[in-house]
Ligand binder design. Structure first.
Ligand code: NAD
Length: 501
């Protein structure tokens, strides 16, 4: 057991209201949300504003007025850069507070947030801020007396709708490029993780973001989220969450104003291990790190191992040993690498998959050992399911928990066709020492991110996003600016003045 940091959170001082036009305000109806927290399964958190359509209307009106005024949009790239760099600096000063808020609300290990997640969010803000004054617009090839340029223009008011599994990272992946391209923003955080986003709005004001340019409307998806995505004055929605909600967002865009939609949805990452893999122990270790971190609540988790029959048993032996390093513990114990799943609903959903797999007679393994955590905390031990057919529910559907399905393949050709027999296409991997095989598999697997003898490599300079029903558009990298801006072509005519004579 290490030190417990829950005492460092002043629960009575937590801000729970919406942030609209530069001020914290209660929901118009006065409604709030109440929930049971997963870190101990006993504490309730109440009082977070449950915004509805009226509040979304207010936030969008404030965002539109700020946009139309040009107060932020017309700042130079260097001015925007310096405000966002200040935001990153202030987030660094509040790193402890932001990490505590997210750990408290989601049950994920405090240490994860403090050492990894909040720093990643800060790095994303810094990366985008530093990029914005290095981007150029383009001129078309000169043609006589006509001259044309293609410039980037903001969309206007954009809505950001985020999930709970990595609240600050996903918010900053979207917020920074949205602001830097000149838009005004309304953020609807997930109802399971609103506190850090609410706090971020106040920090952004301190950094110099003008009132109305960044608003936060906590609330339920089918209320605040739907109102935002249907709003006629919102010109773009950037969404991360489930595929089901992603499809709804597309219909809202069609029903309202054809707003730009970008989606980062779920995944069921294929992790192909071929007979050419020379280091099964490392393949198992990297799998476990990427699968069991954050209790498997990771969209790009490699949750579908597809492995050559001849090496299956040896690999599974290594994998079972690795599970011991990912046992859940007390969220606030600084020694814990893994905390809880987000809530009872998620806990029960994951348990249903495990129970169903047991009842179907598949081989379900989880370690007997326990780490110290409160008895009622919603924690799930890392689970490995083998002898499972590729078309079983646990092998096909995104479980979003610490559960990996291991499927056998006769050869690499069959492994690739099993990998592609999915509507998901977010991230994948191939493990082999044969470069020809690696290249062949990489070119044939239908995903947005592919790894060779590795997994989870992460850098702000690389785009992140899926194909098929895993999404539309990209977070991170310079490509992210494209999702928050439009291109405007400007033609100019010049009278010739005597060819330099
Ligand atoms: P979710 O779709 O239930 O919720 C995501 C967000 O959408 C929340 O803010 C929610 O309030 C809102 N929402 C729900 N219904 C809505 C509606 N009708 N209209 C508008 N907004 C609505 O997803 P979740 O359970 O919070 O998150 C888990 C999912 O997110 C998983 O599928 C995971 O794979 C995915 N995810 C994807 C990525 C990625 O980058 N591809 C990253 C993290 C999570």
């Amino acid at each position: 057991m290490g030190m417990n940091v829950l005492k460092d959170l002043d629960v009575s001082a937590i801000e729970k209201r919406a942030y609209i036009n530069g001020k914290y305000v209660a929901a118009t109806t006065g409604r709030t949300m109440e929930k049971l927290l997963s870190f101990d399964g006993r504490t309730t958190l109440s009082g977070i504003a449950a915004c509805g359509k009226e509040d979304v209307d207010d936030a969008v009106a404030a965002a539109k007025a700020a946009y139309d005024s040009g107060i932020w949009r017309d700042c130079t790239p260097a001015q925007k850069r310096s405000v966002l760099l200040k935001l990153a600096e202030l987030m660094e000063d509040r790193r402890m507070e932001l990490a505590l808020l997210d750990a408290y609300e989601t049950g994920r290990a405090f240490r994860n947030y403090y050492e990894d997640s909040i720093p990643k969010a800060i790095e994303a803000v810094t990366y985008f801020a530093e990029s914005i004054d290095k981007l150029y617009d383009v001129a078309i090839p000169p043609r006589g007396s006509e001259f044309g340029v293609v410039t980037r223009t903001p969309l206007g008011v954009v809505g950001l709708i985020t999930p709970w599994n990595d609240p600050m990272v996903v918010s900053c992946w979207k917020l920074a490029p949205a602001l830097l391209t000149g838009n005004s923003v309304v953020l609807k955080p997930a109802e399971q993780s609103s506190l850090s986003a609410i706090r971020l709005a106040g920090i952004a004001k301190e950094a110099g973001i003008p009132d109305g340019v960044f608003n936060v409307v906590p609330g339920y998806g089918e209320e605040a989220g739907e109102a935002l995505a249907l709003h006629m004055d919102v010109r773009g929605i950037s969404f991360t969450g489930s595929g089901e909600t992603g499809k709804r967002i597309l219909t809202y865009a069609g029903k309202s104003n054809m707003k730009r939609v970008t989606l980062e949805c779920g995944g069921k990452g294929p992790y192909i291990v071929t007979e050419g893999c020379g280091d099964l122990a490392r393949a198992a270790k990297v799998l476990a790190e990427n699968m069991f971190y954050n209790q498997g609540q990771i969209c790009s988790a490699p949750s579908r191992v597809i492995i050559a029959e001849s090496i299956h048993d040896a690999f599974v032996r290594h994998l079972k040993e690795e599970t011991l390093r990912w046992l859940p513990g007390d969220t606030f114990d600084i020694a814990s690498r893994v905390g809880c799943v987000v809530n009872r609903e998620q806990y029960e959903k994951v348990q249903t998959y495990i129970k169903e797999a047991r009842e179907a007679g598949y081989d379900v393994f989880c370690p007997e050992e326990e780490n110290d955590h409160p008895a009622d905390a919603f924690c799930i031990k890392p689970t490995v399911i083998t002898d499972i057919p590729a078309d079983a529910r646990a092998a096909r559907e995104e479980i979003f928990g610490p559960v990996v399905a291991v499927i056998k393949a006769r050869d690499t050709r069959e492994a690739v066709s099993l990998a592609n027999a999915s509507e998901y296409g977010l991230a994948g991997a191939v493990w082999t020492d044969d470069i020809n095989e690696a290249f062949d598999v990489v070119s044939r697997v239908e995903v947005g991110l592919m790894h060779v003898n590795s997994y989870g490599n992460d850098d702000n300079s690389a785009p992140f996003g899926g194909v098929k029903q895993s999404g539309l558009g990209k977070d991170k990298s310079l490509y992210a600016f494209d999702d928050f801006s439009d291109k405007k072509t400007v033609w100019m005519h010049f009278e010739k003045t005597g060819n330099g004579k």
